[in-house]
Design a protein around this ligand. Structure first.
Ligand SMILES: Nc1ncnc2c1ncn2[C@@H]1O[C@H](COP(=O)(O)OP(=O)(O)O)[C@@H](O)[C@H]1O
Ligand SMILES: [Mg+2]
Length: 245
């Protein structure tokens, strides 16, 4: 299998706070990796280091075998290969749905407008939002906004799509439609890294589950390994707490 991303000895400090400590993580092409763990364990920071929204304190991130932290590496280009879906959608509120999905393609990828619109429509169709091209984000529900955000990310044809708790800001009745959309994508061969609190979803959709605790990967394995036969006390305690909630 081909590693798209290989993370070695990754550390991230915020002042004296060591948030990520010696992280090792490989992401293979076509893999669906979910990251679980308590609030504050460093999940978002890890995603933000992967796409360099945060610059790691030390360590390496190999993208197709090349360390993106080497001085002179083309970071803007690297970032175009990674898509990100945020908890708070981050849509442009002054633009309609179609323009939200074409603006990055036109400005960053330099696609002609007609081609960008065609690609946007294909992806809006995949997430069930093609009917809403003219709508503004303010006219949409949270679940619809998040599906548009997914279509926008897909329209950039990322090598890897990162999701940071994409359903955590949604009303409970909207969670299902977004998880269903993500599940459908997972079956298309797209490489996805998903931070989530939705354990049933993680169990269902993941090739691999990463359990983070206090800035380290405390345990990783198949959904079966993590959810059925966790080995570490910390994993067991975390899952127990989630079950009680
Ligand atoms: N920009 C930042 N500046 C300072 N501290 C931060 C910053 N981002 C995250 N942290 C700290 O890093 C730790 C891990 O945060 P985070 O990665 O958001 O955890 P999680 O996503 O698992 O809840 C927390 O202690 C948080 O306060
Ligand atoms: Mg987080």
């Amino acid at each position: 299998m081909e590693n798209i991303i290989e993370i070695n000895h990754l550390k991230k400090d915020f002042g004296k706070n060591e948030v990520l400590k010696d992280i090792h993580l490989d992401i293979q092409k076509g893999e669906v990796v979910t990251i679980i763990g308590s609030s504050g364990s460093g999940k978002s920071t890890l995603l933000r280091c992967i796409n360099l929204l945060e610059i790691p304190t030390s360590g390496e991130i190999l993208f197709h075998g090349e360390n993106v932290l080497t001085p002179g590496y083309d970071l803007p280009k690297y970032r175009t290969h990674l898509g990100m879906v945020f908890q708070q959608f981050n849509l442009f509120n002054n633009m309609n749905v179609l323009d939200n999905c074409t603006s990055g393609q036109i400005s960053v990828l330099k696609r002609p407008k007609a081609e960008a619109e065609k690609i946007a429509l294909e992806n809006l169709d995949k997430v069930g939002m093609a009917r809403f091209v003219k709508a503004k984000p303010s006219q949409l529900s949270g679940g619809q906004k998040q599906r548009v955000a997914i279509a926008r990310a897909l329209s950039m044809n990322p090598d890897v799509l990162l999701f940071d708790e994409p359903t955590s800001a949604l009303d409970p009745e909207m969670v299902g439609e977004v998880l269903k959309t993500m599940k459908a994508l997972a079956h298309t061969g797209l490489t996805m890294v998903i931070v989530t609190h939705e354990m049933a979803f993680a169990k269902d959709v993941s090739d691999r589950v990463i359990f983070m605790d206090q800035g380290i990967i405390a345990e990783e394995g198949t959904p079966e390994d993590i959810f059925v036969t966790p080995r570490h006390e910390r994993t067991k305690a975390f899952l127990q707490r989630i079950l009680e909630d």
